[in-house]
Design a protein around this ligand. Structure first.
Ligand SMILES: [Zn+2]
Length: 421
């Protein structure tokens, strides 16, 4: 027996990459398993994105260097995800900017009607922001500040490994030996709403005052520099205001975020040459002023997260006025099916809208929302506007089928024991 207190830091770190701006367009995934504060196992996959989400945009390829050719023979998410879940077991999932990875996992699953276990997600980004003062909280800078070895940024397996090492190092820095001590307040969904409580009265339609969605940039003073690729400067500044921040014309002592349109996301890493303005910001940060440099990609990834939440909240508000939305054909179609097909085939036949795919004038059967031109084909077939509405449709249909004793094929199961070894 030793008197040394052994750390019980157990988790699986995850990183995913996407082919385009759709969160379902997963093209790579990496996992790293940690036991007792030690990396013990890693796995990674190239993934063929779901049909309809499979265009590789130059902006994404520039980040991760994965192209359509690389995934030509790769398995789909429907094959990869069960393997990943077997690797993860019952572990908490750890990622750097975790809302992005979680959103990709959920939307990719939704594209194949896969259920996902309700894992605990821990985000190392806010944790690093709380514990370190840096000019950038992107993976390479956080890793450098913690004295970790350099890796190939935006390679899924490398990024998962680095997120794992970051959490281990942050635990050590904080003198903590269990994950529970550290992650309080950094889990997704653990943020405190600005007003009211989750058990409080329902908000009036159109009142988003208490939603975390608009808090993404709360208290931040944001300056843009260089040429932006994806929006005009005025649009970007309007986004800042929308997400609770203040757009500034130039850097001041109060500036907290400097978004540089000139920076290639791959190039923002320790040791690269920066423009004088950025160099100055990095020096200010090194001297203790909490100013961060974001690439335009950082900016959009962080705001996308808020946009997802904002859209979900808008949908929920519309749903409230339409409580009995589950269409009866979902029952009738299920009754007419036999249980001999696969789970996915059965679901598809039971849930498809009898009048065919949604087109321009149709509305979401659940929330009344409209369809975008690039809505995923499976959602069009069911006439649901989003992954959220699709999941709600499946949940409610399953519960009704069960109540009525309508049998359906069993869903694919994931091993629960793997992660406990
Ligand atoms: Zn909807």
């Amino acid at each position: 027996m030793t008197s040394t207190f052994a750390p019980t830091i157990d988790f699986t770190a995850i990183d995913v990459e996407t082919a385009n701006s759709s969160r379902a367009s997963v093209c790579a995934a990496g996992l790293t398993k940690v036991r007792g504060g030690q990396v013990v196992e890693a796995a990674s996959w190239l993934v063929a994105p779901p049909e309809g989400h499979d265009v590789f945009l130059p902006r994404n390829v520039a980040i991760h260097r994965i192209t359509a050719e690389h995934v030509a023979d790769a398995p789909s998410w429907a094959t990869v995800f069960p393997q990943m879940m077997e690797f993860v077991g019952a572990d908490a999932l750890v990622a750097h900017n975790a809302p992005f990875d979680r959103s990709v996992v959920h939307q990719a699953c939704s594209a194949y009607d896969l259920d996902w276990p309700e894992s605990t997600w821990i985000d190392t980004l806010p944790l690093a922001r709380r514990m370190l003062t840096l000019g950038s909280y992107s993976l390479p800078f956080v890793a450098q500040a913690l004295g970790l070895a350099e890796t190939v940024h935006h390679e899924a397996s490398e990024d998962a490994l680095q997120a794992a090492q970051i959490l281990i190092a942050l635990c050590a820095k904080a003198g903590m030996s269990t994950l529970a001590e550290l992650h309080a307040g950094t889990q997704i969904g653990a943020r405190t709403p600005r007003t009211g409580s989750s058990a409080g009265p329902a908000r009036a339609t159109g009142d988003f005052s208490g939603l975390v969605a608009t808090d993404v940039l709360a208290g931040e003073k944001v300056v843009f520099t260089g040429t932006l690729m994806l929006s005009s400067r005025a649009e970007a500044q309007a986004l800042v205001t929308h997400f609770g921040g203040t757009a500034q014309a130039g850097v001041t002592k109060a500036t907290t975020i400097l978004v540089s349109g000139e920076l290639d996301p791959r190039s923002l890493r320790p040791g690269v040459e920066l423009s004088r303005k950025l160099e100055k910001a990095m020096l200010l940060a090194a001297g203790g002023q909490p100013v961060e440099i974001w690439t335009e990609d950082d900016f959009h990834r962080r705001l996308d997260v808020g946009r997802d939440e904002l859209e979900a909240a808008t949908r929920e508000q519309r749903v409230l006025s339409n409580p009995g939305w589950l269409p009866s054909y979902v029952i009738d179609q299920a009754r007419a099916l036999d249980g001999a097909s696969t789970y996915q085939t059965w679901l598809r036949a039971a849930l498809r809208h009898p009048a065919g795919r949604a087109s321009g004038d149709d509305m979401c059967i659940r929330c009344g929302g409209i369809f975008e031109t690039d809505t995923y084909w499976m959602l069009l077939e069911r006439r649901v506007c989003s992954g959220d509405c699709n999941e709600a449709l499946k949940r409610k249909a399953k519960s009704e089928w069960s109540k009525l004793g309508i049998a359906r094929p069993e869903a694919p199961a994931y091993a629960e024991s793997y992660g406990r070894r």
